[in-house]
Write a new protein. Structure first.
Length: 282
């Protein structure tokens, strides 16, 4: 869809994509006082919707935002309305951003929220296995702190922005981010899984990674498909010793890692789990 065409939603009202509706006092802009979710859709049906909205509401409670009545029902209704209005009937990416209303400096004047929903068409209706794996390295200039906010998808994303610049400058496909203890916590936009034989290791939530909706889904599917999954700290030596590494997010599903430094990897578990994921999701 060309820029300027189509619609987005602000608080249950539709606006053209090229309309300006946010002021310079917006708390997401001024203080990063916001959360967001990206949800994959098939037709007008959001995939793993309950997991996404449960995570969003959990985050809103942690940030002490007021939660509107029937918020999950409202969001589901407007996903369908927006995709119909924009005539996106195959694969789609929905982004919902929730921010506290204007007023106050660091201390907000009230806890009520507004929300924006936007849609982007995707090329594929289902999750796809890519024959070319990713080349990846570790970004270690800034480490991610571990605290109650670490698992949330907030608009405070400077570590991920800087990691993205590092990826670009070094001609990588992605890069791993370290937590304050020097252990691998996630990649720029994905959770991390390290495979050796039938054992899968993934950073626990206590390591500071985003509480990914796809992470939760893949852990369940892996266990159903004969893998043992351990959630704990991941070290660089685990990458070197691994047979396979893959990363997951809600839009791309599973992407396998082909190379880390001089190490090369297989993709057997990735292939198997993508098939299981498509069966589960669609």
């Amino acid at each position: 869809m060309p820029i300027g065409q189509g619609f987005f939603v602000l608080n249950e009202k539709f606006y053209l994509n090229n309309e300006t509706v946010i002021s310079h006092h917006n708390r997401a802009l001024c203080y990063g006082d916001a959360l967001f979710e990206t949800i994959r859709c098939l037709g007008t049906t959001p995939v793993f919707f309950d997991i996404h909205t449960e995570r969003l509401i959990k985050g809103m409670k942690i940030l002490k935002m007021a939660i509107p009545d029937n918020f999950q029902i409202i969001l589901r209704t407007y996903i369908e309305k927006l995709l119909n209005k924009n005539r996106i009937f195959k694969g789609a990416r929905i982004r919902v951003t929730v921010f506290r209303n204007e007023g106050g400096l660091y201390t907000p004047e009230d806890r009520n929220i507004s929300w924006i929903m936007e849609s982007i068409p995707l090329d594929n209706e289902q999750f796809r296995f890519e024959p070319k794996g990713l080349t990846i390295d570790i970004y270690d200039a800034v480490h991610k702190p571990v605290n109650i906010l670490s698992n949330l998808k907030t608009t405070n994303a400077l570590i991920f922005v800087l990691a993205g610049i590092f990826r670009q400058e070094n001609k990588l496909d992605d890069c791993f981010i370290l937590n304050q203890y020097g252990r691998i916590t996630e990649s720029i936009s994905s959770n991390v899984f390290v495979v050796k034989e039938k054992l899968i290791l993934t950073p626990s939530l206590s390591e500071g990674c985003i509480e990914g909706t796809m992470r939760k889904t893949i852990i369940g599917l892996a266990r159903q498909n004969g893998f043992e999954v351990i959630e704990k700290g991941v070290l660089e030596k685990n990458l070197v010793e691994a047979e396979e590494i893959f990363v997951t997010n809600s839009i791309q599903g599973i992407r396998w890692i082909a190379a880390y430094k001089d190490r090369r990897y297989f993709n057997f578990a990735s292939r198997k789990l993508i098939a299981a994921l498509n069966q589960e999701a669609f």
